[in-house]
Design a protein around this ligand. Structure first.
Ligand code: 1CP
Length: 348
């Protein structure tokens, strides 16, 4: 049985209970990038409308948010948007090709000082309206996750201008202009706090920060730059009372560094077993993850074995939300997702 099938109170959902480390009737599961190109119904819509228009048209963004929930008994919805969308709201010129490309990378003290604060109701009203529409249309009272990019991950795109394997300009920026880096991170931390608070006010029931490029940094640089900025965002959001999730990609070496963060859930990639992650984080944190997206390409019995291994490593203590370790790949077979969701629900 999925969360909310028999009751309409999302606060009693398995997902929200697991965020709070309460016991659950079944293990909740949702999938990073669950709305997207692996779904034929998304591709169909996307063939007529470009990505940016999708995200800026509340009816369409709400429709895409809901598409995976109609197919699968997922335990949470995630807003269909992008981590770069609020930066566009702050006047940063960027295009999606399909990955985000910033036409004038931000690298100077003057550019940083000129960045305006984000005023969500004025700058990204369509995101807030999408949230309101999703909340009205969501089936089975599934809770909605709002999200933002974590400050350092946003800095990577702003400083480099485009995605890259090494994000060399962003990393050299930290060493060459540490004061500018700290000012940019502080600005982004405040902007994302305002953005996420507005999402919660519009109806988002959990808030997630994506640190997709955590793995670029050594522990020392992470602790000096990325961590204080995340802490600043989280501190501003804590009084709201909604569960807070911090996802780190390639963050295995950073687990003891994030263990002290005031966050409800730490999301992780597949590289370290959840048993190790939970031991390092301690009993005060829930964990989210961490099946390798590649496992969805295995024959059903192998996929089941891989999912069972994740469940076993997570253990039976409350506070595990099943997810992939990173976003689902576009060429994934939706039937594999259906099998995974059913398997996780059948193995509490
Ligand atoms: O062609 C298209 O349809 C555009 C592809 C696309 C999509 C579907 C982009 C461009 N963004 C998105 C949606 C999106 N992005 C969502 C909502 C979908 C869902 O989860 O159901 C979310 C949560 C994001 C978040 C996001 N965007 C992250 C963090 C998560 C992660 O994967 O690490 C990051 C790093 C981005 C940047 C981005 N935007 C788009 C792409 C292709 C990328 C990745 C670029 C890169 O690899 O650097």
């Amino acid at each position: 049985m999925s969360a909310g099938t028999t009751d309409t109170h999302a606060p009693q959902s398995a997902f929200l209970a697991a965020c709070r480390r309460q016991s659950v009737p079944h293990r909740p599961i949702w999938i990073m990038r669950q709305a997207g190109r692996y779904l034929p119904e998304y591709r169909e819509l996307r063939s007529k409308v470009d990505f940016e228009t999708l995200t800026r048209t509340p009816e369409l963004a709400a429709e895409v948010t809901l598409q995976p929930l109609r197919r699968f008994e997922l335990d949470a919805a995630i807003l269909f948007s992008d981590i770069m969308t609020p930066l566009q709201g702050m006047g940063v010129k960027l295009t999606f090709e399909p990955a985000p490309v910033v036409s004038e990378p931000i690298r100077t003290a003057a550019q940083i000082a000129a960045l305006p604060p984000l005023e969500p109701a004025r700058d990204v009203p369509f995101v807030l309206e999408t949230i309101r529409q999703v909340r009205r249309g969501v089936p089975r009272a599934v809770p909605l996750i709002g999200f933002a990019g974590a400050p350092f991950t946003l800095l990577c795109y702003l400083v480099c201008g485009r995605p890259s394997k090494e994000f060399a300009p962003a990393r050299t920026f930290l060493y060459a202009q540490p004061g500018d880096a700290e000012r940019l991170l502080t600005h982004l931390a405040d902007a994302m706090a305002a953005y996420l608070a507005a999402q919660a006010a519009a109806g988002a029931q959990a808030l997630m920060l994506f640190e997709s490029w955590a793995g670029l940094l050594g522990v020392r640089e992470f602790a000096r730059f990325a961590l204080p900025a995340v802490r600043r965002t989280l501190a501003a959001l804590r009084p709201l009372g909604v569960p807070l999730i911090y996802y780190l990609n390639q963050g295995s070496a950073l687990m003891d560094t994030v263990a002290g963060l005031d966050v409800d859930v730490v999301g992780v990639d597949w590289r370290a077993p959840l048993s190790v992650v939970r031991r390092v984080l301690g009993p005060g944190k829930a964990v989210q993850g961490n099946l390798d997206p590649a496992a969805l390409f295995a024959p059903p019995a192998e996929l089941a074995r891989a999912a069972a291994a994740v469940l076993a490593e997570a253990g039976s203590a409350p506070g595990h939300i099943f997810n992939l370790g990173h976003g689902i790949w576009p060429d994934t077979d939706p039937d594999a997702v259906a099998r995974l969701v059913d398997f996780v629900h059948e193995h509490p």
